[in-house]
Design a binder for this molecule. Structure first.
Ligand code: C2O
Ligand code: CU
Length: 482
């Protein structure tokens, strides 16, 4: 099973034996993979689970001999993994200790727009922000990152990102011990200027930054000592622009068990998976005693620039099986209920086109509401990639069901809930979502391309969820210069 992109036969026919593909640099897997700590939290008498996140500047050794200036949450680079269970109330006390206005957005989270952490919730240097909401969605691998107006690419690139894992009481048996057989895998490519993280790289290319060094959880050249028969890798594409096609060097099959919004209806066995910026996938990989295998990304022949901006293979992470492995559960044949919006009555159909002069929602404007959705209705959004560039599509607040993908039914890996999706050039994807909560006609959520340079350049729009008949109020535009 491959994630077939409509129309590209070269993509399907691509072969691992292609001799023209070389590995970028010499990746020596010499450092143990860093595992972000689970964030500490306290639960008060009312049951509210509270986390603390401090944005701070520091310096980090990213494999270039000397430390480079970076940003992180509760540390110098990246952030801890937040974890909460469905039904819980959570609160996050955020302090901004960097010298620029930023925000913290909960990517994939269903929550009120005022808690969303988009460009309407800026946190000035030295200021605090404490959003609070109730977790009301299935178990999933979400993530958090800044979303300041026009500056998202820089803030994420410098290191402000982390995972937010949601649990659910009735999850099926999968490897689930954090840091033992269940691992966060935040994949980010970086460019360097000497030993310095280069955030001016890509300034003159439309996709933005594409780096030749891949970090996983901030670790260059990482290896992971595997001690169980199967490992669950919660893969986040936390890169600014790169689309990865993940496979192992020995082309071994693995099971994709979850996408952005949680578990798939059934595991999908594959040996390669495309993931664009912002997307997540959970995969379960079998490992035999004593063996080594390398997670790599290779773009399809001929289509390199269309997807990844580079024709080279990237070595990402080496898995090293211990001589003795503990037993792991077999991946269940069914995982979670499938999305169920296909037969809904559609209250509105939106056509959104991304790219060039064909962008039909204009350049992002914090004061303008592009789409007014009605509470308790199901909508169809037809999203088209209208130019020759790489684009994907992300919507805040809701998870969507993919009804059609590039002219056909969605491939099995897109059969679950999604919040971010790659849109091939010239193609349309038909998405369906339902707006069930948090009506507030003057409080916008975002939708946008998740190539962060495109987002910063204005390939983003705003929608509100309104009660039937409710008028859109004036949108307060926050100050981002602080
Ligand atoms: Cu991951 Cu609007 O962002
Ligand atoms: Cu784009």
């Amino acid at each position: 099973v491959v994630l077939v992109i409509g129309g590209f036969t070269a993509y399907i026919a691509w072969s691992f034996a292609n001799a023209s593909i070389s590995t970028v640099g010499e990746v020596e897997f010499a450092r143990p993979l860093a595992i972000p700590p689970l964030a500490k939290s306290t639960v008060d008498a009312a049951g509210v689970r509270t986390f603390d996140l401090a944005m701070q500047a520091g310096a980090t050794d990213l494999g270039r001999g000397e430390p480079t200036p970076t940003w992180g949450f509760n540390g110098a680079f990246l952030g801890p993994t937040l974890r909460a269970t469905r039904g819980e109330q959570v609160k996050v006390n955020i302090t901004n200790g960097i010298d620029e206005t930023s925000t913290v957005h909960w990517h994939g989270m269903h929550l009120p727009a005022g808690m969303d952490g988009g460009p309407h919730q800026p946190i000035a240097p030295g200021a605090n922000w404490s959003p609070q909401w109730t977790i009301d969605q299935p178990a999933a691998s979400l993530w958090y990152h800044p979303h300041p107006h026009g500056e998202t690419a820089k803030h994420v690139y410098r290191g402000l990102a982390g995972m937010f894992i949601l649990d659910d009481a009735n999850e099926v048996a999968l490897p689930k011990t954090y840091g033992v057989d269940d691992f966060p895998i935040m994949v980010q490519d970086k460019a360097f200027d000497g030993s310095k993280l280069d955030d001016r790289a890509g300034l003159f290319q439309s996709t933005g930054i594409l780096g030749d060094t891949v970090l996983v959880n901030g670790t260059p050249g990482p290896f992971l000592d595997v001690t169980s028969e199967r490992v669950r890798l919660r893969v986040v594409n936390g890169s600014n622009a790169r689309v990865y096609r993940f496979h192992f060097d020995d082309n071994r099959p693995y099971a994709v068990v979850a996408s952005d919004g949680g578990l798939l209806p059934a595991p999908v066995e594959t040996n390669e998976l495309l993931l664009s910026p912002g997307e997540r996938a959970e995969i379960v990989v079998d490992v035999r005693p004593g063996e080594r295998t390398v997670l790599q990304s290779t773009p399809p022949t001929g289509d390199s620039n269309r997807f990844t901006g580079a024709s080279d293979r990237l070595d990402i992470l080496e898995l090293r099986g211990a001589q003795t492995l503990t037993a792991s559960p077999v991946v269940p044949a069914t995982l979670a209920p499938a999305p169920d919006l296909a037969d809904d009555t559609v209250g509105a159909t939106r056509n959104v086109s991304l790219g060039g002069s064909n962008t039909n929602f204009g350049k992002m404007d914090l004061e303008r509401v592009d789409i007014v959705s009605t509470l308790d209705t199901t909508e169809t959004w037809n999203v088209t990639n209208a130019d020759g560039q790489v684009h994907n599509f992300h919507i805040h607040d809701v998870q969507f069901q993919v009804i059609r993908y590039a002219g056909g039914p969605p491939p099995a890996v897109l059969a679950g809930w999604k919040d971010t999706i790659l849109i091939p050039q010239g193609e349309t994807v038909e998405l369906r979502m339902r707006f069930t909560d948090f009506a507030d006609a003057s409080s916008p959520y975002m939708f946008h391309c998740h190539l962060l340079r495109h987002e910063d350049q204005g390939l983003m729009g705003q929608f509100v969820v309104a009660r039937p008949g409710e008028k859109v109020g004036a949108i307060d535009v926050p100050d981002h210069d602080g």
